[in-house]
Design a binder for this molecule. Sequence first.
Ligand code: 5AD
Ligand code: SF4
Length: 444
Amino acid sequence: MKQSFFIKTYGCQMNVYDSEKIVELLTNGGYRQSSNLEESDIAIFNTCHIREKAAEKLFSDLGRISKYKENKIKSGSSMRIIVTGCVAQAEGDEIKKRNKSVDLIFGPQNYQNIVDALKVKKKKYVYADFLCEEKFESLPIKNSREISRLVTIQEGCDKFCSFCVVPYTRGAEFSRPVEGIFFEVKKLVEMGAKEVILLGQNVSSYNSNIFEDGKEVSVKLSKLCNLISSISGLERIRYLTSHPNDIKNDLINEHHNNKKLMPFLHLPIQSGSDKILKKMNRNHLRDDYIKLVKKIKSKINNMAFSSDFIVGYPGETENDFDQTIDLIEQVGFASSYSFKYSPRAGTQSSLKHLDMVNEDVSDLRLKKIQRLLNKQQEEFNLNFINKNEEVLFTNKGKKNNQFVGRTKYLQPVHVLSDVNIIGKKLIVNLENLTSFSFHGRIIS
Ligand code: 5AD
Ligand code: SF4
């Protein structure tokens, strides 16, 4: 009987991609995936360290599962607990100190060692080297017929925003070689994918090279999208996440010329106050962002934007917060994420304990910003009522004969159909809106 493993994924889509790879590695290595944590021989927690809440969730899960492991051992059975991901990288030994029942710990660039480490009893239990190149060379592609697939093209970050743990947990920026990415996308399309989402902490600073006509030429994100779009059968390309300072004309032109590249840009700004942007080490002003958005819209008039915001950053006054609200009103976002500042050990901002914003004030600001962002999202969506939009169908819905897809702007759309339309790109009349998703009628 094969040993079984359960995996729980916390955090961002890069972790979702990594978990897929871990599943594939273990399955190829002779293990069986189980959807039941309690009955598994191996429990894997693929963790997120970006905010305190995300990291603490791991420790509360570990608390519960370690009691279960103790009981299992008492009854003569066994269980191994593995922690992977960004908490593993940042707090390796600390995890073991806080919870003795953890057996193995792997940072995000060490998954290629999981199967070996499980088989051989070694003293080493923390694997936290920065081995990005080795990681991507050795990770298998998950066999699946899913329509929309994630592909990590870049990992790590050199920007060092003062609040962010990523440069420490995911390491320095590394761009995967073009060939490996191209091969992976081609394979995914052969399996049935119609859309790929190119992932990285900073995809907009993707930088690699290829040989063309005997010469080495540089490949930025724009050229990578261009190369990938030549894969026949692939219909949509998205990418995530970008930094405003890296969006240059080549990428804007590629959006203009490449019909497979979707007109939706996730472009975090974090704050609308120049003072806070400076403290955050974002290296641009609010006006640079507003000008960039205007420039992009002037070239691609249907481009929609989303962003990330942090409220309550140390030193944020009411006036700074108002500047953020003003920026949101000026730009107009199709959707966005907003967070309360969370001090992370080791980051620049966590070293200065001055000017902390009162929790109640931060809570109020978060509520206010979320209300505005939700209102903008609703307004954006209402513009689509009774319009015909192209929808790529990816899944079955909850109801009979119901299918779910997304517009170019990532809006979810539900339709009814007697035939299976998964994988089809159809024109749909968007009839009505419930909360943030549409119900529509297939036109063609
Ligand atoms: N506190 C709150 N939010 C954070 N983010 C990153 N670090 C922190 C932090 N310390 C948010 C940023 C980033 C998103 C992925 O998470 O908005 O863009
Ligand atoms: Fe973190 Fe993004 Fe800043 Fe990099 S650019 S440090 S990933 S917030």
